[in-house]
Design a protein around this ligand. Structure first.
Ligand code: ZN
Length: 406
């Protein structure tokens, strides 16, 4: 029954969108305000005392935990990318609420809380994980000056939402008040489906780095002979194909998702080409080794074509390993559903857990999604998998309780 309720609730949250056709729910918007109120009501139904924190996350703590014992947090996010599916993040919040409901009267050696984060995707202000970074104590005052595409500052958006911008940082949980964080999330990849498994244990969240890479050559008339050309776009094209080859050989997912050319005219040889590179790997060491090979190739291409190469790092995050104790609890949870040998996998995608890792130990449960499709309206999960996820997540909390008692 509870899985059916999760599916129905995911459908209900999907109707709260900035778009009439498709799902878009960004940070500090009227849509977020509505889903936060709904999530708080569901938390109360589940026997939690619910409140919005200073960063527009919704938190709920068991009524039974009316003391200052450190809490185990169960959470994920309610915001979405543009054109999103209805489960990325949302499923984790709904499963957490179901588990809290089941455990409302359980005797646990720690407090139990559910957290629905307000910003993971970074859709509106560019910077990601704003909700979870605030909770983990990583809020930066400079983020108040970020702007959305309409020129609205985060400061003004926060004020309109009912927050006090200068107080957002107070959403930070004191060290010692939290003893761990568990997140249930759709896999956003095809591996569980290929292995015919409903659930998996995340071992680590991949290290990622984003760079802007540019080649500068010479803009010349399209009549210029071959031997006199220094075509920046040809250099970039060659580089992008080389990146695919090297990244595949090294097993480091790499994506060039944006490219810009100057002067961007049909009869002018491009004098400048700039593209983005998102590079990931199970470890920062592996990611950096792959980057070393890519960089070497970029330099070779630059020399060969007489171009100037420039590289700027715009974002870097180390891998976030899941804690052995929490991994063991998640694995025990999956075994409780009848899967004797739980699959372990690296999360290539980033998650709130990455930010929360600055505050406390993390563990993650992955749920199979059809075709590995995510960040798309076709994102889907099976109801029987959701039922297994709720059972496993509940059993994981109980396994962790056993660890703490012994
Ligand atoms: Zn997500």
């Amino acid at each position: 029954m509870t899985a059916a309720r999760v599916m129905a609730r995911a459908d209900e949250l999907a109707t709260h969108s900035a778009w009439a056709d498709g799902i878009l729910r960004a940070y500090l918007t009227p849509e977020q305000s509505r889903v936060n109120a709904i999530a708080a009501a569901w938390m109360r139904e589940a026997g939690l005392r619910a409140w919005p924190d200073a960063a527009a996350n919704v938190c709920g703590r068991r009524l039974a935990d009316d003391d200052d014992r450190p809490a185990l947090l169960l959470g994920s996010h309610l915001d979405t990318v543009p054109g999103a599916g209805r489960y990325d993040g949302i499923l984790g919040v709904l499963v957490a609420i179901e588990v809290a409901d089941r455990l409302r009267d359980a005797d646990l050696p720690f407090a139990l809380e559910v957290v629905a984060f307000g910003d993971e995707e970074g859709t509106r202000f560019g910077a990601t994980l704003l909700g979870s970074r605030a909770l983990a104590g990583g809020w930066q005052e400079s983020w108040l000056d970020l702007h959305d595409v309409d020129g609205v500052s985060l400061r003004d958006a926060a004020t309109s939402f009912g927050l006090v911008p200068e107080r957002i940082a107070s959403a930070a949980r004191p060290a010692g008040s939290v003893l761990g964080y568990l997140e249930c999330h759709i896999e956003q990849g095809p591996r569980l489906e290929a292995l015919d498994r409903a659930l998996g244990v995340v071992t680590t969240i991949a290290a990622a780095e984003r760079r802007m890479i540019s080649f500068r050559g010479e803009a010349r008339h399209a009549a210029t002979p071959w031997e006199l050309r220094h075509d920046a776009l040809l250099g970039a094209s060659q580089a992008i194909v080389a990146i695919e080859r090297i990244a595949q050989e090294q097993g480091s997912p790499a994506t060039v998702g944006r490219i810009r050319v100057e002067p961007d005219a049909v009869n002018v040889i491009p004098g400048f080409a700039e593209f983005s590179l998102d590079l990931r790997d199970g470890t920062a060491t592996g990611r950096d080794a792959t980057w070393g090979l890519i960089r070497h190739e970029l330099q070779r291409i630059a020399v060969e074509r007489g171009l100037d190469l420039e590289v700027t790092s715009t974002h870097a995050a180390p891998e976030a390993p899941c804690a052995p104790g929490l991994r063991a609890a998640i694995a025990a949870g999956i075994r409780a559903t009848g899967d004797a040998d739980p699959v372990e996998l690296v999360s290539i995608a980033g998650h709130d857990a990455m930010a929360v890792a600055d505050l406390t130990e993390i563990g993650m449960l992955f749920v199979r999604c059809a075709g590995g499709i995510s960040h798309h309206a076709d994102e889907s999960v099976r109801e029987d998998d959701v039922a297994a996820a709720i059972d496993a997540f509940e059993a994981a909390v109980l396994a962790l309780a056993d660890q703490h008692r012994s």
